[in-house]
Design a protein around this ligand. Structure first.
Ligand code: AMP
Ligand code: ZN
Length: 115
């Protein structure tokens, strides 16, 4: 499994930087965003280092499907009952700040910090 020692989210996967974990299995980790835009704001990440969505290949279809299918399940576990928003930022013009693939999953009563 690929791992980048300089990557913030790889350090979270390795437990070198603390996070508020919401879910973990052999393929993915979900934790609470440190600057939430919504009452519940999770990041779902693969445990292996994949920098961006543009770096995904056909071999990652199952992984991405797993991440997407976890979103409603984790929101339900967090008590989110009225819908949620999923976002994956990719590259500079996509506003990506951390170059380890992550899916933002946000829910809870509005108003939120960001629309
Ligand atoms: P993006 O702009 O899509 O790359 O989003 C990166 C997200 O990571 C932002 O929403 C940050 O608040 C979040 N973030 C950065 N550092 C941490 C951390 N140590 N723990 C949890 N979330 C973080
Ligand atoms: Zn990484």
């Amino acid at each position: 499994m690929t791992h980048d020692p300089d990557c913030l989210f790889c350090k979270i996967v390795a437990g070198k930087i603390p996070s508020r974990k919401a879910y973990e299995d052999e393929r993915v980790l979900a934790f609470h965003d440190i600057h939430p835009w919504a009452p519940v704001h999770l990041l779902i990440i693969p445990k292996q280092h994949i920098a961006t969505m543009s770096d995904l290949g056909d071999e990652h279809a199952g992984l991405l499907g797993h991440m997407a299918l976890l979103a409603p399940r984790l929101m339900q576990e967090q008590g989110v009952t009225n819908g949620f928003r999923t976002v994956i930022n990719t590259g500079p013009d996509g506003g990506q700040e951390v170059y380890h693939l992550h899916m933002h999953v946000m829910g809870g009563p509005r108003p939120w910090v960001k629309a």
